[in-house]
Design a protein around this ligand. Structure first.
Ligand code: ATP
Length: 588
C-alpha cells in the first residue's frame, strides 16, 4: 500500500467520531492491507512503530520535528514553532507548509516510510539529532501534504485518530472474520500477548486458529488480572466459597517481571516497558529468581524493612521517572512484593490453579531483600479475614486482596476470582473511582487565572470503547492542582468533541481523553445529565423502564490523586464497575 493511501484512511478516521463508522473505515483499510504490512499499519495507527510494550522510540520531540519540517520546506525553525503554538498541532503545520511547497509526490510505500522511521529510532551515537532531522526532512519531501500531516504525528505518538485497542480488534474481526462481534475470538490472544500487530499479522498469514494458539511468552507483557469489589468479609465468603486465599493489598504500582536468563524486563500495568527505571529490582530479579525463564506478578513500593514502614503511593510514584534514576534509586529504593507467578522455565502457568502457582512461586523465589513474597493465607472464617484487613490497614496498607484458590489466571479479566477489600470511612464509597478528564468549564473569578472552573470527567465504557461523563468537579482542587492540570492538558485541549467522547454536557473546551485522576465521592446517583450507563448496560435493580434513560453520576466528588503515570485513559474505572459499585451502596 502506498503511504498516501494509508494517510487517506487516517484522514477519514480523524474526521469520524462515530465508533461504528470508525470500525467500518478500519475494516475497509484492513481489507486492502497486504499480509506483510498489516502489523506495521496497526502500529502506525497507534502512533507507534512497534507494540506499546517494546522500548522502541523514534526519539524526536516537538522541537526536532519542527527542525525537520523547517529543513524540508525551507522555513526557519522559529517560524515553524510560531505556527505550531498558534495551531496547536504539528501535523497541521507540516501539511500547510507542504501545501505551500506543492509537494505532491505520493509514491513511497507504507513499508518504505516504516523502514525510515525504524532507521530514525535505531540511530545512535554522535550526531544522532542531526541524522534524525535529515531522515525525517528527506521523507517529508517525498510525501504529499496529507501524508506529511499524519507522518509527523507518529514520532509524537499523537495520531488524533481516536482509536482504542478494542476498536482495532473490532475492525480486524469485521474485515477478516466478517462480523465485529467475532472480536471475542481474538481477545484471548490480545490479553496474553498484548500485541495487536502480531494478532493482525497472524490472522492474515495463518488464520484464526493460529491466533487462538498465541499465548504467553517471556518478553511480552500479559494483560493484568484485576479485582472486583465486595463490601465486607461476610460477602466475600458468600460469593467466593468456603476457602479463600488472602494477601495484603500494597499501594504501590504493579510490575510484571520477566526473566530470560540474565535479561530482565519489567512492565507496568498499562504495558509500558519500565525496565530502565528500577535497577535495584533488576538486580533482585537476577539474584532471587531460581529459574531460567519466569514471569512474576508483583507490586513495587518504597518500604523500610527495619521499621516495617510502607511509604505512601505519592512517595513511591516518584520513582516512575526518566532522569537521575540511579540517584533516586539510592534515596528511595523499591521492594517488590511478589504475589503470583505466570510462567516458569518455558511453561505458561496461567492455566494452573492459584494454589499450585503459589507453591511453585515459593520454590522459585530465593530469600533476599528485594523481591519479597507477599504473605498469603488460606482462610475459612470471615472473622480471620476481618482481622487480616484491620491488621493491613493498621500497617498503612490499602486493604486485602482475596483470591479464589482454584482460579486460573485470567489475563485482562476483572471478575470475582480476585476481590479487593479496602478501608473506608463513613459517608464515602468503599473505593475511589478513576476518572478521565474530558473537558473544562470556565469559571468566574480567581479560578479563571488558572484556566478552569470545573472539570468534566468521565469513565470508560469498555464495551463501546468510548468515554462517558459522570461528574463535574469544581471544589476541593487547590490552585497548584489547577496549575498542574492545565500544564498536563496543554496539548490535549480541543475545540470540538474528540472521537470516542460521549457527553450531553458541552464544556467550554474539550480535552482529549488521556489524563486519569482518582476521585472520591460520597455516593453514586442516577442522573439524566450524564451518559455513563445511559441506554446501555441495564441497571439490574431498576424495575422502572425509564431508569435506563438515566446515567450514573458522582455525588460530592473530590480529587484524591493523579493516576496519569500508571493508567491510560482505557484503564480508568469502567461503566460496568460503576454500576456494580452503585448496586453495592448501602450494603455494608
Ligand atoms: P486501585 O485503584 O484500588 O489500586 P486498581 O484499579 O489499580 O485499584 P484493582 O483491580 O482495583 O486495580 O486492584 C488490583 C491492583 O492492586 C493490582 O493492579 C495491583 O497493582 C494491586 N495489588 C496490591 N497488592 C496486591 C496483591 N496482593 N494481589 C494483587 N494485586 C495487588
Amino acid at each position: 500500500m502506498k503511504f498516501s493511501d494509508l494517510a487517506t484512511f487516517f484522514e477519514k478516521l480523524e474526521k469520524t467520531a462515530s465508533r461504528l463508522s470508525l470500525i467500518d473505515i478500519l475494516s475497509d483499510l484492513f481489507k486492502q492491507t497486504d499480509k506483510e504490512e498489516i502489523d506495521k499499519i496497526i502500529y502506525l495507527l497507534q502512533g507507534r512503530i512497534a507494540p506499546f510494550f517494546a522500548p522502541v522510540e523514534i526519539g524526536m520531540a516537538d522541537k526536532t520535528i519542527a527542525d525537520a519540517i523547517a529543513r524540508a520546506f525551507d522555513e526557519t525553525r522559529e517560524d515553524v514553532l510560531k505556527q505550531y503554538s498558534k495551531m496547536g498541532d504539528i501535523g497541521l503545520v507540516a501539511q500547510q507548509l507542504s501545501n505551500k511547497q506543492q509537494a505532491t509526490s505520493n509514491k513511497i510505500s507504507v513499508e518504505g516510510v516504516f523502514e525510515i522511521l525504524r532507521k530514525i529510532a535505531d540511530t545512535k551515537g554522535a550526531g544522532t539529532v542531526e541524522k534524525r532531522i535529515v531522515f525525517l526532512s528527506d521523507l517529508l519531501r517525498k510525501v504529499d501534504p496529507v501524508s506529511a500531516k499524519h507522518l509527523v504525528r507518529v514520532p509524537l505518538g499523537k495520531t488524533r485518530l481516536g482509536i482504542g485497542d478494542p476498536t482495532v480488534l473490532d475492525g480486524l474481526a469485521l474485515a477478516i472474520l466478517g462480523d465485529r462481534s467475532k472480536r471475542k475470538l481474538l481477545e484471548k490472544a490480545y490479553n496474553e500477548t498484548s500485541d495487536l500487530g502480531l494478532i493482525g499479522a497472524t490472522l492474515l498469514k495463518e488464520g484464526l486458529e493460529k491466533v487462538q494458539k498465541l499465548t504467553v511468552t517471556v518478553g511480552r507483557p500479559i494483560r493484568s488480572e484485576l479485582c472486583e469489589r465486595l463490601p465486607n468479609p461476610l460477602k466475600v465468603f458468600e460469593k467466593m466459597g468456603d476457602e479463600i486465599h488472602a494477601t495484603p493489598k500494597y499501594d504501590g504500582f504493579r510490575v510484571q517481571i520477566h526473566k530470560n536468563g540474565e535479561d530482565i524486563t519489567m512492565f507496568s500495568r498499562n504495558l509500558e516497558n519500565m525496565s530502565h527505571m528500577f535497577p535495584e529490582l533488576i538486580e533482585g530479579a537476577r539474584k532471587q529468581i531460581k529459574a531460567k525463564t519466569a514471569i512474576l506478578d508483583t507490586e513495587a513500593l518504597a518500604y523500610q524493612p527495619d521499621s516495617e514502614e510502607f511509604l505512601p503511593f505519592q512517595e513511591t510514584t516518584k520513582r516512575r521517572r526518566k532522569h537521575d534514576i540511579d540517584e533516586v534509586a539510592k534515596t528511595l529504593p523499591l521492594k517488590a512484593f511478589v504475589f503470583d507467578i505466570l510462567y516458569v522455565d518455558g511453561k505458561s502457568l496461567i492455566d494452573t490453579p492459584l494454589h499450585e502457582r503459589v507453591k511453585i512461586l515459593e520454590k522459585i523465589l530465593h530469600k533476599g531483600d528485594i523481591l519479597l513474597p507477599a504473605p498469603g493465607q488460606i482462610l475459612t472464617d470471615p472473622k480471620d479475614l476481618q482481622i487480616m484487613l484491620d491488621d493491613s490497614i493498621s500497617k498503612g496498607l490499602e486493604g486485602v486482596v482475596v483470591k479464589r484458590i482454584d482460579s486460573l489466571y485470567e489475563a485482562g479479566g476483572r471478575n470475582f476470582n480476585w476481590v479487593k477489600l479496602k478501608r473506608h470511612s463513613a459517608g464515602e464509597l468503599h473505593d475511589t473511582i478513576d476518572c478521565v478528564i474530558l473537558g473544562y468549564i470556565w469559571g468566574k473569578g480567581k479560578r479563571t487565572a488558572f484556566g478552569a472552573g470545573a472539570l468534566l470527567v468521565g469513565v470508560y465504557d469498555s464495551e463501546k470503547d468510548e468515554f462517558v461523563t459522570v461528574s463535574k468537579i469544581g471544589t476541593g482542587l487547590t490552585d497548584d492542582e489547577w496549575r498542574s492540570i492545565k500544564l498536563k492538558t496543554k496539548n490535549l485541549v480541543r475545540t470540538t468533541k474528540p472521537a470516542r467522547t460521549n457527553s450531553l454536557i458541552a464544556p467550554s473546551v474539550w480535552v482529549e481523553p488521556s489524563i486519569v485522576i482518582e476521585v472520591l465521592a460520597d455516593e453514586i446517583t442516577r442522573s439524566p445529565l450524564h451518559t455513563a450507563g445511559k441506554n446501555g448496560i441495564k441497571d439490574q435493580r431498576s424495575k422502572i423502564k425509564d431508569q435506563n434513560e438515566q446515567g450514573y453520576a458522582l455525588r460530592f466528588p473530590r480529587l484524591v490523586n493523579f493516576r496519569d503515570k500508571d493508567k491510560k485513559a482505557e484503564d480508568a474505572t469502567t461503566v460496568e464497575e460503576l454500576i456494580k459499585m452503585f448496586e453495592q451502596q448501602g450494603k455494608q
